[in-house]
Design a protein around this ligand. Structure first.
Ligand SMILES: O=C(O)C(=O)C[C@H](O)[C@H](O)COP(=O)(O)O
Length: 207
C-alpha cells in the first residue's frame, strides 16, 4: 500500500476533478500535471470517473491518480481495478475502511468532528480529509483539533480557495489541501488547457 504521508507530501494542492466529457480527461490531467499538480483526484461523481482514472494513469504514469467520492465497498474495488493509487471519501463508514484495508489501498476518509477522527484512529488511520472544511469550522477548528489529537494529518477540502489555502497550509496538522478552483469550467469547456496549466502552477506554488 502506498503511504498517504508520502502522497500528501508530494504537492500542496490536490485538484478534485469531475469528468463531464470523457475525451477531456487526459488533456485536462496533462494540463494540471504540467502546472505542477502531481497528485490528481478523479471523482466517481460521473459515470466517466473510473475510465478517466485508467486513461489518465496510462497517459501520465508519473502522476499519482486517486479516486474521489468513494462511498461503497464496490467503489473501492472498482477504483483499485481502474488503477487508482489512493481513495478519497467525503465521510467514512467501517465497511469502507474494511474494504480499503482488504484491497490494500490507501484511504483518505472525510471527517469533521473529534469523535469521527477517534473512530478512525482505532482503525489505525491518521491521515484524514477535513470536509467540508470551511463549513465545518475551517482553520480555527483544525487548530482546536490539533491540541488533543496532534498525531492527525489533514487534507482540508470544501470551500478552500487561493485566498484561504495558505492559512490552512500553515497549520502543523495540514499536509495539503483539496480544491476545484483551478478547474475553471469555461476553460475546460473550450479546451483552453493553457488557462488550466496557469491556474495549476499558481496553486502548486501555494505550498
Ligand atoms: O466529491 C467528493 O467526494 C467531495 O468530497 C467533494 C469535494 O471535496 C468538493 O467538491 C470540493 O469542492 P470545492 O468546495 O469547490 O473545493
Amino acid at each position: 500500500m502506498e503511504s498517504l504521508d508520502h502522497i500528501m507530501g508530494l504537492c500542496p494542492v490536490i485538484p478534485v476533478i469531475v469528468i463531464d466529457q470523457p475525451e477531456q480527461a487526459v488533456p485536462l490531467a496533462k494540463a494540471l500535471y504540467r502546472g505542477g499538480l502531481k497528485v490528481l483526484e478523479v471523482t466517481l461523481r460521473t459515470e466517466y470517473g473510473l475510465q478517466a482514472i485508467t486513461d489518465i494513469s496510462k497517459a501520465l504514469p508519473d502522476a499519482v491518480v486517486g479516486a474521489g467520492t468513494v462511498i461503497t465497498a464496490d467503489d473501492v474495488k472498482k477504483s483499485k481495478q481502474a488503477g487508482a493509487r489512493f481513495l478519497v471519501s467525503p465521510g467514512c463508514t467501517p465497511s469502507l475502511v474494511n474494504a480499503a484495508q482488504a484491497e490494500d489501498i490507501a484511504l483518505l476518509p472525510g471527517i469533521n468532528t473529534p469523535s469521527e477522527a477517534m473512530a478512525l484512529l482505532e482503525f489505525g488511520l491518521t491521515h484524514l480529509k477535513f470536509f467540508p472544511a470551511e463549513a465545518a469550522g475551517g482553520v480555527p477548528m483544525l487548530k482546536s483539533i490539533a491540541g488533543p489529537l496532534p498525531q492527525l494529518r489533514f487534507c482540508p477540502t470544501g470551500g478552500v480557495n487561493p485566498d484561504n489555502a495558505r492559512d490552512y497550509l500553515a497549520l502543523p496538522n495540514v499536509a495539503c489541501v483539496g480544491g476545484t478552483w483551478m478547474l475553471d469550467k469555461a476553460a475546460i469547456a473550450n479546451g483552453d488547457w493553457d488557462v488550466i496549466e496557469t491556474l495549476s502552477r499558481e496553486a502548486a506554488r501555494l505550498g
